[in-house]
Design a protein around this ligand. Structure first.
Ligand SMILES: [Zn+2]
Ligand SMILES: [Zn+2]
Length: 348
């Protein structure tokens, strides 16, 4: 039996925190559920999941559809696309059986690479290696989610780039329907001995997914800023996510001077730091630029936006002395006062 390997290479950078990650998780579950209803797919489809944020890694090894369970996706800081491609090429080398004179190997693997942001690592070498050694023996489809993805870089990787919308409810379920329908069509075509690929981008357009013809670079303006803090009681980490607010009348200030409104505060697990790039980002935003301060998502303390002199954020429940969950210093908080300070931001 020749296997049809499907690789999902999924961006789990911090801009995916909250609803987008929930939707992506649901999309993976729905793809598997739909494919399992297809007898051809059940026989041939094998699935692997690679995730990438500041670091890339395999989350699920290539397994048959029946034994595949959608993983709980991690979250991290950064968008290491170059590292994700390196991991993908390693997995293809190791996991996909080549055809030899006395053995028929696997069918050509199909890769769905989904990203919502600009790469934060160097991608040139990995893209060159993909084009030279892998593009002719794997079918890679790049999928952008939202307007901040860099379609120009993805176009260097593959001609097949499609754009989901801004990541609303329906965007990822459309993606799931399209992927499961085209993978099922592909396994059927292979079963009937057809060489015509079932992975057709025309079908993407039929379900309302647009094709990207000429790639645009990601907009310079940052749409999302995120901060990590720790609960002063439980020491557990959390993520604060803010979205750019367009200022009526075209505020037109220099880049990095926009206003950001609170989207949400999300509990994190410690794996966040394992999936994040070291060093973080040098750019900062001022607290003046942020609108909305949420309570702590772990202990419901009044603010999740208190800062230690070590420069890290923690939650705080009114005036008093607290121990910093990052550096163990004792710090006394007054009653706020709204003094302005700069905060190191995540990388998206
Ligand atoms: Zn707390
Ligand atoms: Zn501290």
């Amino acid at each position: 039996m020749r296997r049809l390997p499907i690789f999902f290479v999924l961006d789990v950078s911090e801009s995916m925190a909250g609803e987008p990650l929930v939707q992506l998780q649901a999309a993976m579950e729905s793809i598997v559920e739909q494919l399992r209803q297809d007898p051809n797919a059940l026989e041939t489809v094998y699935i692997s999941v690679i995730a990438f944020a500041g670091k890339a890694g395999m989350v699920v090894p290539l397994v048959e559809l029946m034994s595949f369970y959608p993983p709980r996706l991690p979250l991290g800081g950064g968008t290491a696309l170059g590292e994700a491609l390196d991991e993908l090429m390693t997995r293809i080398e190791v996991d996909v059986k080549k055809t030899t004179p006395d053995r028929r190997g696997d069918w050509e693997p199909v890769v769905y690479l989904l990203t919502d942001g600009r790469p934060t690592d160097r991608t040139e070498a990995a893209i060159r290696r993909w084009r030279q050694q892998y593009a002719s023996r794997a079918h890679l489809i790049a999928v952008t989610l939202g307007g901040a993805a860099d379609a120009r870089i993805l176009k260097q990787l593959t001609d097949d780039v499609v754009a989901l919308g801004a990541g609303g409810d329906d965007d990822l379920s459309r993606f799931a329907r399209w992927v499961s329908a085209s993978v099922a069509a592909q396994s059927q075509a292979l079963d009937m001995g057809q060489s015509a690929p079932g992975i057709s981008l025309a079908k993407a357009e039929e379900v309302g997914i647009s094709l990207v013809k000429d790639g645009d670079a990601a907009p310079v303006d940052d749409q999302v800023v995120v901060f990590t803090g720790r609960c002063h009681r439980s020491r557990k980490p959390y993520l604060l996510k803010y979205n750019a607010i367009s200022v009526p009348g075209g505020f037109g200030g220099p880049a990095g001077q926009g206003v950001y409104g609170l989207e949400g505060a999300y509990p994190l697990s410690e794996t966040y730091f394992e999936w994040s790039a070291e060093g973080g980002s040098a750019s900062t935003v001022s607290s003046d630029q942020l609108e909305g301060v949420p309570p702590c998502p772990h202990c419901a303390a009044a603010t999740s936006f208190a800062m230690c002199r070590c420069g890290r954020l923690m939650c705080c429940n009114g005036p008093g002395v607290q121990t910093c969950p990052w550096c163990d210093a004792s710090i006394e908080f007054g009653d706020g006062g709204g003094s302005r300070f700069d905060i190191g931001r995540g990388q998206g």
